[in-house]
Design a protein around this ligand. Structure first.
Ligand code: MG
Length: 396
C-alpha cells in the first residue's frame, strides 16, 4: 500500500517535470489535504520551503571535543580567544576571572558567575562539563555549578556520582522544579555532555500564553522530557510564574567548586507559533495571514510562467491557500480558453496531450472536491467529457 502511494507521488512530480508544464513550477498542490483554519500548508505541500541544510558535527570523546554543527554559534571552543565572548556577572560586564586551562574554561571559586556577552532565547544548547577529581565535599557541595538558560532557569551541574542529594537538585534537574529522569553521570573528572532544548515562557498582558519548556539529555540519556517551566528557578523558593525577557545571557554558576566547561555552542530555534512561527498548529488569524502570503507568492510565480497551462494550474494552486475572487475569475477564463483550444485540435494533436489533459482534470477534481472551485465548475465537466470520449478514463 505504501509503495503505491510513493509511486503516485513520483508520477505526479514526473508530470510536472514534463515540458507541457514548463519550468518554474515547484510541484503539485493538487495532492494531499489542503490548508485548513489552523494549518497554512497542504499535506505534502510542494510549496513548503525545504529544510535548511546543516552539516552535522561530530560527537565528543573523553580525549577530544566534537565539532559543532555548521550553523552553531560557538560560545566557547577551548581557546583563550573564545573567552572574550564571556564576562563577569558581578560586577556586571566586568572581565571574567574564570581561566582557560587545557582546552577548558574553569570556574575560579569565589570569582562569581560568568555570562555570555551575547543574549539569546529559545535554543538548542550544547555544554560539556567535568567536575573536579578527586571529588571533595558531598551533596550540593560536590562539583556544583549550573547552566542558567537566559540567566534565569538553572539546569543543575553537580557531581552526583555516588553522591546523593535532594532529587530536584540533582545534576540535570531543573533546579527546584523537576528532578532528572535518571542518574546517568560519568565519574568525576570525566566529561559529561548536556544537550538542551529550551523554550522560554511567553506572557501577554500578564497572562501566560506558553509556559516554556526544557528538554535535557545528559550523555545521550533523556533527563528532562519537555518539562514545563513556571518562571525563573530559585534556591529554597518555588518558581514563580512571570514574564521573561525575549533574550538573556547564558550564565554559568560559581558555586565554589572548580568545575570545568568545554565545547559550548547553541543554535537558535525558530519562533514559537504564538510569536510568529508558521510551522505547527497556528491561530486562525495567523493561519489566514500565512495563507494569504503563500497565495501571493504562488500568484507571483504564476505570472512568470510562459506556458498558459502551467500558468493556469499555478494560479489555480494559489486558490488552495486563498479564495481570491479575481484570481478565480482569471483561472476560469483560462480554463475556458483551454477547453476551447482542445476542441480545435485534430485527434492526433489531442492524443499528444493526453497526459496534460488528464493532469488538468485531476487538478479540477481536487479543487472541486475541497470546494475550492464550485462542484459545477464548467471546465471540469468539459475536460472530463473529452477524457471519456477519448477512452482515457479506462484502466488498461
Ligand atoms: Mg548549581
Amino acid at each position: 500500500m505504501k509503495k503505491h502511494l510513493v509511486l503516485s507521488a513520483a508520477s505526479t512530480a514526473l508530470l510536472f517535470a514534463g515540458s507541457a508544464f514548463g519550468t518554474g513550477s515547484t510541484g503539485s498542490a493538487f495532492y494531499g489535504d489542503p490548508p485548513d483554519d489552523h494549518h497554512p500548508w497542504a499535506i505534502h505541500d510542494q510549496n513548503r520551503p525545504q529544510p535548511k541544510l546543516v552539516t552535522p558535527g561530530t560527537f565528543s570523546s573523553q580525549e577530544q571535543p566534537g565539532q559543532p554543527p555548521s550553523d552553531a554559534t560557538i560560545l566557547f571552543d577551548g581557546t583563550e580567544a573564545s573567552l572574550v565572548k564571556w564576562e563577569a556577572d558581578t560586577p556586571a560586564g566586568g572581565a571574567t576571572k574564570w581561566i582557560v586551562k587545557n582546552g577548558a574554561m574553569e570556574c575560579v571559586p569565589k570569582s562569581g558567575y560568568v555570562r555570555t556577552k551575547e543574549k539569546f532565547g529559545d535554543c538548542q544548547l550544547h555544554v560539556e562539563w567535568a567536575s573536579p577529581t578527586p571529588p571533595h565535599g558531598d551533596s550540593q557541595g560536590r562539583g556544583n555549578s549550573g547552566v542558567f538558560l537566559m540567566g534565569l532557569v538553572e539546569v543543575q551541574v553537580l557531581d552526583n556520582y555516588n553522591n546523593p542529594t535532594y532529587a530536584d537538585g540533582f545534576a540535570s534537574a531543573v533546579y527546584g522544579v523537576n528532578p532528572p529522569l535518571a542518574n546517568a553521570l560519568r565519574a568525576p573528572g570525566e566529561w559529561q555532555v548536556y544537550d538542551i532544548v529550551f523554550r522560554h515562557p511567553i506572557y501577554k498582558d500578564d497572562q501566560v500564553v506558553d509556559p516554556g519548556y526544557v528538554t535535557v539529555f545528559l550523555n545521550g540519556v533523556l533527563m528532562q522530557d519537555h518539562t514545563r517551566l513556571e518562571g525563573p528557578t530559585g534556591h529554597k523558593a518555588r518558581s514563580k510564574p512571570g514574564a521573561f525577557p525575549d533574550v538573556g545571557p547564558l550564565k554559568l554558576q560559581d558555586h565554589g567548586n572548580p568545575v570545568r566547561f568545554r565545547n559550548i555552542w547553541y543554535r537558535p530555534l525558530p519562533p514559537n507559533v504564538v510569536e510568529g512561527g508558521t510551522d505547527g498548529y497556528l491561530s486562525s488569524e495567523a493561519t489566514l495571514a500565512k495563507r494569504k502570503e503563500i497565495a501571493a507568492t504562488v500568484r507571483a510565480d504564476a505570472a512568470k510562467l510562459d506556458n498558459p497551462v502551467s500558468q493556469m494550474l499555478r494560479l489555480a494552486e494559489s486558490l488552495v491557500y486563498e479564495k481570491d475572487a479575481a484570481t478565480f475569475q482569471q483561472v476560469e477564463q483560462q480554463a475556458d480558453s483551454y477547453v476551447a483550444s482542445l476542441k480545435q485540435l485534430s485527434p492526433h494533436q489531442l492524443g499528444a496531450k493526453k497526459d496534460e489533459v488528464k493532469h488538468v482534470a485531476d487538478a479540477f477534481q481536487y479543487l472541486a472536491k475541497f470546494n475550492i472551485v464550485p462542484a459545477d465548475f464548467g471546465p471540469k465537466a468539459e475536460v472530463e467529457k473529452i477524457i471519456k470520449a477519448q477512452g482515457w478514463d479506462k484502466k488498461k
